[in-house]
Write a protein that binds this ligand. Structure first.
Ligand code: NAP
Length: 313
C-alpha cells in the first residue's frame, strides 16, 4: 500500500467497469489523496454516490476536472473527442490527461487537438476486462497482473509518463509503452478480431434454421459457450472499437480469411496432416499463455468443483 498518494486529486469521467475498477483499486491502494467521479447520466451519478467508493460525485465534467492532477476518461472511444473539447478550458496547468480506450490512434487523433499545451497527454489502455458493464461491475483486483499499455504522443514529458506508470503499477498492472499505431495493430489480432469472430459465430448459430435455439443453449459446452461470453460484451464499446480501428482490423481480417481458406481446403481434401500440424501449433500458443500467468489452465465449465467433492448431506 502507498504511504504517499501518487496524485493529490484524480478525476474519473465515466464510471462503468473500468472507471469503477480504477476507483476501487486506487482507493484500496491509496494512490490518490482525493478521487472524484462523474458520469453522463444522473442515474449512474446517483448510483456512484450510493456506492460510496469515491470522495465526491460531480454533476459535470468541468467541475470534476477542476484542480485535478490526473484526469482519466473512462468512456467509449467515440466519446473521447467531444469530452476532451469540453474539459480543456477547465484543466489545471500541468494536469495529466489520460483515457482507457481499447483503440489508441483514434483517441489520440480526436483528443490531442483540444488539449492545452500546459496539459500532459498520456493515453492508456488497460488490457483487462469482463463482459459486464455499469457502475456495479468494477472490482479493485481487475488490473492485477494484467498489462496496461501507455501510448504517449511525441513530446510528452517523460515525468508524466513515469507518474502514470506508477499509478497503474499501484493498481497491480504491468506497464508497457508503445506507439498508438503499434498498439492498434497488436490489439486488432489479440482482442478485436476474436470479438468479431465471437459476434459472428453467435449470430450465425442464432440464425440456423435446422438447429433450434434451445439446442444451441443446451449443447453450448462444446466451445460455443466461450464465444457467447465474449459476444455478450457491451455493444456501444465494441461498435466504437471497430469504427475506430477500422484499418488494422481490416488488415488482420484479410490474413484471417486467407488462413480460414487454408483450413477449409484441408477439411475439403481430407488433409488430416495439415489439420493436425495447425492444431499442434495453436495448442503450444495456449500453453505459453498459461505459462506466463495470463490465464489459468484449470477447467471450470461453469460448474463449481466444490459441488463434486461435497459429502452427501
Ligand atoms: P461501461 O461499463 O459501459 O461504462 C461506460 C461509462 O461511459 C459510463 O459511465 C457511461 O455513462 C459513460 N458514457 C457512455 N457513453 C458516453 C458518452 N457518449 N459520453 C460520455 N460518457 C459516456 O464501459 P467500460 O467497460 O468501463 O468501458 C469504458 C472504456 O474502457 C471504453 O473506451 C473501452 O474501450 C475501455 N475498455 C474496456 C474494457 C472492457 O473489457 N470492458 C477493457 C479495457 C478497456 P452512463 O452510465 O451515465 O451512461
Amino acid at each position: 500500500m502507498n504511504a504517499t498518494p501518487i496524485f493529490k486529486k484524480v478525476a474519473l469521467i465515466g464510471f462503468g467497469l473500468i472507471g469503477g475498477s480504477i476507483a476501487r483499486g486506487a482507493r484500496a491502494q491509496r494512490l490518490a489523496g482525493e478521487i472524484v467521479a462523474t458520469a453522463r447520466s444522473a442515474k449512474t451519478r446517483a448510483r456512484v454516490a450510493e456506492l460510496g467508493i469515491v470522495d465526491r460525485v460531480e454533476e459535470t465534467n468541468a467541475e470534476a476536472v477542476r484542480d485535478a492532477d490526473l484526469v482519466i476518461l473512462c468512456i467509449p472511444v467515440g466519446a473521447c473527442g467531444p469530452v476532451a473539447q469540453e474539459i480543456a478550458p477547465h484543466l489545471k496547468a500541468g494536469a495529466i490527461v489520460s483515457d482507457v480506450g481499447s483503440v489508441k490512434g483514434a483517441v489520440v487523433r480526436d483528443m490531442a487537438p483540444h488539449l492545452p499545451a500546459s496539459a500532459q497527454f498520456v493515453p492508456a489502455h488497460p488490457v483487462a476486462g469482463t463482459e459486464h458493464s455499469g457502475p456495479d461491475s468494477g472490482f479493485a483486483e481487475l488490473f492485477i497482473n494484467r498489462w496496461c499499455i501507455l501510448t504517449p504522443p511525441q513530446g510528452t514529458d517523460p515525468a508524466a509518463v513515469d507518474k502514470l506508470r506508477a499509478f497503474w503499477t499501484g493498481l497491480g498492472a504491468k506497464v508497457e509503452v508503445m506507439t498508438a499505431d503499434h498498439h492498434d495493430m497488436v490489439l486488432a489480432i489479440t482482442s478485436h478480431l476474436p470479438h468479431l469472430i465471437a459476434y459472428t459465430i453467435v449470430g450465425t448459430a442464432d440464425e440456423l434454421g435446422q438447429v433450434t435455439s434451445s439446442e444451441v443453449i443446451n449443447f453450448s459446452a462444446g466451445g460455443f459457450r466461450d464465444f457467447t461470453r465474449i459476444a455478450a460484451s457491451d455493444p456501444t464499446m465494441w461498435r466504437d472499437v471497430f469504427l475506430a480501428n477500422k484499418d488494422a482490423v481490416l488488415e488482420m481480417l484479410g490474413t484471417f480469411n486467407e488462413d480460414l481458406s487454408k483450413l477449409t481446403r484441408a477439411i475439403r481434401r481430407g488433409d488430416g496432416d495439415a489439420l493436425f500440424e495447425h492444431f499442434t501449433r495453436t495448442r503450444a500458443i495456449r500453453r505459453g499463455i498459461v505459462e506466463i500467468g495470463q490465464d489459468s489452465a484449470a477447467a471450470d465449465f461453469g460448474r463449481p468443483l466444490a459441488n463434486l467433492t461435497k459429502e452427501p448431506e
